[in-house]
Design a protein around this ligand. Structure first.
Ligand code: KG4
Ligand code: ZN
Length: 348
């Protein structure tokens, strides 16, 4: 990359696909000069993300965050060489805010804009801290909206191995936490309580682990937890009981994710496993994968928690990589809600 190359940066990254508004400034395709994430707390009141409120919050937060990120990076708008923005998949109303903002700024500054796929960015987010990934790799993206196992052979060279047939892993955490009266989001609190409970207190199923293939299903597990709660009335439940449910539920989720990931690593002959998505913050999952990958002699690449969750740094990174290949988005760049509509190869 030369200094005049838009990929050399500073590239402004913008992420607004769900309920986090995030902005980053990336230079030379790897040096993060600033990175701001504003979690929208308003959704806690409703026990889940309210799309209409998310769009409105993005609209309010985005200009302030861009101003803050530029100031922290020590650059002016005129220094920017390109803008990278999440255009799919996600909540369409939220995506539209980021895409419209990015296009308007790019036009005003006379720099290129590049639309980035949010899942593709999660696949590569570990490269921000760990550098180039040994290939082929398997990526596990586990968040509130996704559970994806993907073979990665290079930028844009993907083969989808499996995905959830119903609830995403993070969604299962959130729904179980809600049933237990633990608030939203459920992952962090269940992760914490699980360390105090007995993982063998309840014999929850390990969904689809006994079946061939790489797909997941978490809605049956959620129902099994609901069955244990039947006849116990409404929360609050006794502390020891909640800890035991948390530990047993978490053990089932982690065993399932680890089992399918290892199967995918062997199938692909992968040299590395890359994690992404909010559930990748889970301490039990990180520890279990660390042990399993160590035994297999496969590199495990887990981003720090800030880069696991939705963030603009990973958007700027993949945007810079694509810009360096000469790619640009045209005026037709638009938001797309589904992964299928987002233009990534989904073969498998
Ligand atoms: O990637 P993310 O920030 O947003 C999207 O869903 O795209 O992921 C949020 C999800 C939530 O479902 C949350 O409960 C889950 O990640 N999560 C966790 C943990 N931290 C966040 N799940 C399990 N253990 C955690 N420590
Ligand atoms: Zn995400």
């Amino acid at each position: 990359m030369t200094r005049t190359d838009p990929a050399a940066g500073p590239v402004l990254g913008i992420e607004t696909s769900c309920d986090d508004t995030s902005v980053a400034v990336l230079e030379n395709g790897r040096r993060l000069r600033s990175h701001l994430i504003a979690a929208q707390d308003v959704h806690r009141l409703y026990g889940g993300v309210v799309p209409e409120l998310a769009s409105r919050a993005h609209l309010e937060l985005l200009p302030k965050l861009v101003e803050g990120a530029l100031a922290e990076a020590g650059v002016t708008p005129k220094d920017l060489t390109a803008i990278a923005v999440t255009h799919a998949p996600g909540l369409v109303g939220s995506l539209v805010v980021g895409v419209a903002f990015a296009k308007a700024w790019a036009a005003a500054l006379g720099v290129p804009v590049i639309g980035v796929n949010h899942i593709e960015a999660h696949l590569h987010s570990s490269s921000l801290e760990h550098g180039e990934c040994p290939l082929p790799a398997v990526a596990l993206v586990v968040s509130g909206g996704h559970t994806e196992l993907v073979e990665v052979r290079g930028l844009g060279e993907y083969r989808w191995l499996g995905a959830t047939l119903d609830d995403a892993a993070g969604e299962a955490y959130d729904k179980v936490a809600k049933r237990l009266g633990l608030g939203f989001p459920g992952g962090p609190v269940l992760d914490r309580l699980a360390t105090r409970g007995r993982a063998d207190a309840f014999d929850f199923p390990r969904p689809m682990l006994d079946r061939p293939g790489f797909d997941f299903s978490f809605s049956g597990l959620k129902t099994s937890v609901a069955n244990v709660l039947k006849g116990r009335g409404e929360p609050p439940y006794p502390e020891e009981f909640v800890n035991d449910v948390a530990a047993s539920f978490q053990a089932a989720v982690v065993e399932t994710l680890v089992g399918k990931s290892l199967r995918a690593i062997v199938h692909v002959g992968a040299k590395a496993l890359c994690l992404g998505g909010g559930v990748a913050c889970n301490r039990a999952l990180r520890a279990a994968l660390g042990e399993a990958c160590g035994q297999l002699g496969v590199a495990l690449r887990i981003p720090s928690p800030r880069l696991c969750a939705d963030n603009a740094a990973m958007i700027a990174l993949v945007g810079a990589w694509r810009l360096a290949r000469g790619e640009r988005s045209g005026p037709e760049l638009d938001a797309a809600a589904s992964l299928e509509a987002s233009g990534l190869p989904l073969g498998g």
